[in-house]
Design a protein around this ligand. Structure first.
Ligand code: ADP
Length: 637
């Protein structure tokens, strides 16, 4: 529908009075601009937003918000909420149990609808700004004309650019307080241009305003006769939004759910990320690569001949093609890539530091996979843009790191496609969103390393040894009795002609893992490597016994996932801290208590006891010998 704004039916008041449904329909077909305002506490953000809302004179938020919610529901049909949608994004964050302090406001003028995300300006709220900006088309960077370009201005601009916002408005505010002096304005614009160029911002729109007095907000002000550009509202109403340029890109749609109400209908529902799709178009389903053609484009309002980026639709194919939630439907001659190793920018949003090597859920579009992040290549100082060395990322830190996923994901670089290049990381145990990220590119080395098929299979190795491979994973506090009992278990198995190997924590730290210390990050890497070694040993048909404190549930779970089903046997050597400390075989508790030894499990580093281990040994109730007997009896029937 084209906006013929002179048509009286579009005049708000009359229309609302006459026909509310028609009014809402008109609004539904206007373009939407999502923008973010960035500024420090006193830059006048609230005043400006208040004025925009007031001047738009059309704050029928409730009806419109309800309409928004309805159209979303049409798109997602009560399935999981798409995190990429700005408003829904907030809901998703709430679901994930993170408190992000971003206020979203809705308003509309006769030309456009707007959602504005308002975020606090403090440095510690990088995560808020990133959340608010994640789907914005435009950022209004507010500057106090009396103060000029500040550290915060640089930080906000950097983040907005990083998030992929290509429309930047430099709103030089409080012009009334500098007597509308053009020289002051020009000086600020020049300073900003220098900085912006340096970080790759190609263009921005500077506007001298006074949010308080209303200068250059809805109309041009007589106080700034020297200013020849648009008023802020005019710019917001007319600037070309990404949704428009997204239509020119190749077609991509992530499948949110498979719509199969009866045997005669099978459609794939989702929101078009980029491009245009028409009935008859050849398409490709990824990652499978299967092709077909579009037979129908179904919406609640009826079938369409074509649909474009931003629309929520259901596609039917001419052929029976396997396609499920998480798959991506794309133009068949120009599909996106799949890969499992990437370089990415990561914005860390959790209070606990990132743990390189720890498995997190990675959610990208409608795909969810397991991912591990390597130690960052560098961290960015968001105030100076300097690159700093980093071992991990803490709350609000931004860094660049390689990451790998447990299976191939369909993606595009974030710079080309925010929907298929932007992701979040979720803690597997707490379910909290811990990071947002942007994929840069896939690592070529991943494409050149293939799994080599070997003729002597793992079954063959196991049969030759006449046994079933397994990993007996001992976990427990230092001094709990892991090494003692593991040693007895191995002796018993050896006497029964079983082929075993005992991997002991201290021993492995003398060789394979001698480069690792006892920080959380090093402990995670320690367990990851031992897990990989244990896995190779089960492939060789061995019964592997490991004795590592392995304090974190997440890593023990990671190792469990590496193994064949049923081969991982978690053995909790359950000794109360007081008993382990009283034994203090190696004198380590004494050192830890005196502060001589840092990061000691149970003292100043946590131990997360298994919730549901295959075997639990209470060493206060039996001797080491009895414990070993019980364990062997469990695995050798
Ligand atoms: P870890 O390997 O868990 O750090 P160790 O096996 O090195 O622990 O040390 C455990 C100590 O506790 C040993 O000196 C062992 O003799 C003693 N101990 C006392 N009772 C038991 C028991 N029931 N099971 C295992 N060890 C016990």
């Amino acid at each position: 529908m084209t906006d013929t704004l002179d048509d009286p039916i579009y005049k708000t008041d009359a229309l609302i009075a006459e026909d509310i449904d028609r009014y809402l329909e008109v609004h539904q077909h206007k373009t939407m601009l999502r923008f973010i305002t960035c500024g420090s506490v006193d830059d006048g953000k609230s005043t400006l937003i208040g004025r925009l809302l007031y001047d738009s004179k059309m704050i029928f938020e409730d009806q419109l918000a309800a309409l928004e919610a309805d159209s979303r529901r049409v798109g997602t049909q009560g399935q999981e909420i798409d995190f990429a949608l700005l408003v829904d994004g907030l809901a998703a964050e709430r679901e994930q149990g993170i408190t992000i302090d971003v206020a979203y406001r809705f308003f509309a003028t006769e030309k456009r609808k707007f959602i504005v995300a308002d975020t606090p300006g403090h440095e510690q709220y990088t995560r808020n700004m990133v959340t608010g900006a994640s789907t914005a088309d435009l950022a209004v960077i507010l500057i106090d004309a009396r103060k000029g370009v500040l550290t915060q201005t640089r930080r906000h601009s950097y983040l907005a650019h990083l998030i992929g916002i290509r429309n930047i408005v430099l709103a030089v505010n409080k012009m009334d307080l500098v007597d509308y002096d053009q020289a002051v304005y020009d000086g600020i614009v020049k300073d900003y241009a220098e900085f912006a160029n340096g970080i790759g911002i190609k263009a921005f729109t500077p506007i001298p305003i006074s949010g308080f007095r209303g200068d250059n907000i809805t109309g041009l002000s007589a106080n700034t006769p020297w200013y020849k550009g648009p008023a802020l509202m005019e710019h917001l109403e007319t600037v070309e939004v990404d949704q428009v340029s997204d239509r020119e890109k190749p077609f991509r749609m992530a499948v949110q759910w498979v719509n199969r109400p009866n045997l005669d209908f099978r459609g794939f529902s989702g929101q078009i990320a980029t491009g245009t799709v028409r009935v008859g178009d050849p398409i490709r389903v990824l990652p499978s690569g299967k092709t077909s053609t579009v037979s129908r484009i179904v919406t609640l309002e009826g079938d369409l001949d074509s649909a474009v980026a931003g629309q929520s639709i259901t596609l039917c194919f001419a052929d029976e093609v396997d396609c499920s939630r998480g798959d991506v439907i794309a133009a068949s001659d120009n599909p996106p890539q799949s890969a499992d190793q990437f370089e990415a920018t990561i914005v860390w949003m959790a209070d606990e530091d990132m743990l390189p090597g720890r498995p997190y859920w990675l959610k990208i579009g409608t795909q969810t996979v397991t991912a591990t992040v390597q130690q960052p290549k560098y961290q960015v100082n968001v105030n100076t843009m300097e690159h700093l060395a980093a071992k991990t990322l803490e709350l609000n830190a931004i860094g660049v790191a390689n990451l790998s996923t447990d299976r191939q994901i369909v993606f595009e670089p974030y710079a080309q496609n925010r929907a298929l290049g932007g992701f979040i990381l979720i803690d597997k145990i707490s379910n909290a969103t811990v990071a947002a990220g942007m994929l840069h590119f896939s690592l070529r080395r991943a494409q050149n390393v293939h799994w080599q098929a070997t003729d002597v299979s793992r079954d063959f190795h196991a049969n030759l040894k006449n046994q079933k491979p397994a990993v007996l994973w001992f976990t427990g506090l230092s001094g709990a009795g892991k090494s003692t009992i593991a040693n007895l278990v191995e002796k018993k198995l050896a006497r029964m002609n079983r082929h075993t190997f005992l991997l002991d924590g201290d021993n492995v730290r003398h060789g394979l893992n001698k480069d690792l210390g006892f920080t959380d990050a090093d402990r995670v890497e320690n367990i990851r490597r031992v897990g990989e070694v244990a896995k190779l040993m089960t492939d060789a048909g061995l019964i592997v016994i490991t004795a590592f404190i392995s304090p974190f549930r997440a890593e023990r779970e990671m190792v469990r996932q590496m193994m064949q089903p049923g081969e991982f046997i978690e053995v909790h050597i359950d000794t109360p801290l007081a008993d382990a400390e009283a034994r203090d075989v190696k004198g380590l508790y004494k050192k830890a208590r005196s502060g001589e030894l840092k990061n000691f499990t149970g003292i100043d580093s946590p131990y997360e006891a298994p919730e549901d281990p295959e075997i639990r040994i209470d060493t206060t109730a039996m001797t080491a010998e009895q414990a070993a007997e019980a364990i062997v009896a469990r695995i050798i029937p």
